[in-house]
Design a protein around this ligand. Sequence first.
Ligand code: ATP
Ligand code: MG
Length: 685
Amino acid sequence: QTALAPHYLDKLNPEQRQAAEHLGGPLLVIAGAGSGKTNTLAHRVAHLIVNGADPRRILLMTFSRRAASEMQRRVERLVAQVMGAKSGIITDALSWAGTFHGIGARLLREHAEQIGLSPGFSIHDREDSGDLINIIRHEMGFSEAKQRFPTKGTCLAIYSRVVNAQDDLDAVLKQAFPWVAMWGPQLRELFAAYVEQKQRQQVLDYDDLLLYWAAMMREPSIAADLGGRFDHVLVDEYQDTNRLQASILLALKPSGDGLTVVGDDAQSIYSFRAATVRNILDFPGAFTPPARMVTLDRNYRSTQPILEAANAVISESKERFTKNLWTERAATEKPQLVTVKDEPSQARYVVESVLACREGGTALKQQAVLFRTSSHSAELEIELTRRNIPFVKYGGLKFLDSAHVKDMLALLRFVDNPRDRVAGFRVLQLLPGIGPGAAGKVLDRMAESPDPLVELLNTAPPPRGSEAWPALLEVVQHLGQGGGGWPAELLRARMWYEPLMEAVYEDAEVRKEDLYQLEQIAAGYPSRERFITELTLDPPDATSDQAGVPLLDEDFLILSTIHSAKGQEWKNVHVLNVVDGAIPSDLGTGSTHELEEERRLLYVAMTRARDELHLMVPQRFYVHQQTPYGDKHVYAQRSRFITKAMLPLFDDMFWPAVKPAAISGLAPAAPRIDVGAGLLAMWKK
Ligand code: ATP
Ligand code: MG
């Protein structure tokens, strides 16, 4: 409808185009996997910009930082087609693109003073949060060993559920954690202390980023300020947001004008983080007049046989809104259902199949291996390493989880926020001779002081750590004063840290490479604060070559948990361990509701594939089973989500071609050869 002929919209189908061109009120695009939701969203943003919207006033929230930068790139390309903009201009201006948590952190820093936060607040990742809970738990005398008090992981999960679902502790315990329900009063006490400590130390955990943001939006002047600052707010993967996130959106855009959300209820897989599919279903009715709704049912991603199999899996689902998809991508190859003997042979099959596909011209990067749980790829990682095949792993162990990288980041965090006790403990205990006791004393003094940094600089060296003390004070002071600019200050921090590291780690040389890598990554961020915040929230992924992030032009296979594969697509996809006990996971079989989520997870995995899909069924995959007589290990069966009736949709095969001996539900005794009978037979001929 504009003078600038939007020819780039011609590639969209009519429904997609309606969504891209929609003006004014709230818009919901609800559609199945691979129907072009994300693509349409990118076109919509480009279209807005082409028609004069200011990219700096567009807020775009995606599921991962990777997804956000991909979106920026796409928008850039589209806009360039029309306006010939120089590469990078739009991407820079479209700077409010990121995850809910990342955006929340930025807005909170801006408004920190107004809501009683220190702008230097630090952010705790899940591990830090666990450490803090642990410290407090011990101080309060609740111990796992003696009293069978819930573990720190369980405590954290309960806490997180309560705040994200905005539900009552007792209700959450009863519903989701009945086996620790008797600890209700103690947990309440623990969480109160946890919240108090976080406030005193000026640290926010992941959940706080949403909680504080939502609370901030309840202050009318701030809500008006923030709402007025973004003309358009767009959210991808809306099915995986929780109530808090929905309340934030509503507070930003109460009338719904300029608000667009996109999602697929059949792919909702984050209810363990209190995400609720209700958000997407309730969206239209949250406004008067109701939001415009656009549905898409043509899939552009997968071939017909792959889509048919995926549709079959999801159509058994009880609670679903979007309907079956269709595609014009005809193909004769059915998806494979590959039964193998055990996990090592599963790994070998996958490697062979991946290499064969590469021979056929499909780069490793266009292929992915997906699994339910990070540990499931262990066997495969060994095989890939043995065969020298590079890979990158998403959603597993992160670069930042390595102790030395965490040490460095803890130093930066400690300087920014000296009240952060978890960071402080970590830094002080790096010094030879200083243990938890001595560190605790120093931190206690700091906590009581109005200016903890000055207090630290005036602290006499603890008796057993005096040698390394001056160097610590020096680096803290240096960094506290700006450290000679970003990212140069990292070099200074590394100079301080390396001698300490050499004393602790035997493989210090290898680890130095990581620290060097860290500096490279740091160069991509505008400031120390953005660097720490974004790395804590969405860390880079681990690779096979230890280097943190692979070079852009290298080819590598993608390994990913299904959760982290959301929204992405590959030509060739393998799904590991499609067996009961993995998908659905043994944890997931508790209630119908959980079971349904596991089914959607398999659907998400299957719909990542464009041309080739292989579901792997290892016969000797041990799963844990609870019986009235105690726990036992049994061999897994093919996932219940692939029913017998669905088998014709697959190329159902054994690998290697010889069918392995049938295995019953129970582990058989070791194979027995009757040597005596054999010897006797020789003579009886
Ligand atoms: P998911 O549910 O997995 O997030 P999605 O609905 O977001 O999927 P996209 O990732 O946007 O789907 O698109 C899937 C694939 O289909 C992409 O390769 C995209 O380029 C392609 N595609 C989308 N729309 C069209 C179209 N109108 N014409 C051609 N290809 C399209
Ligand atoms: Mg998408």
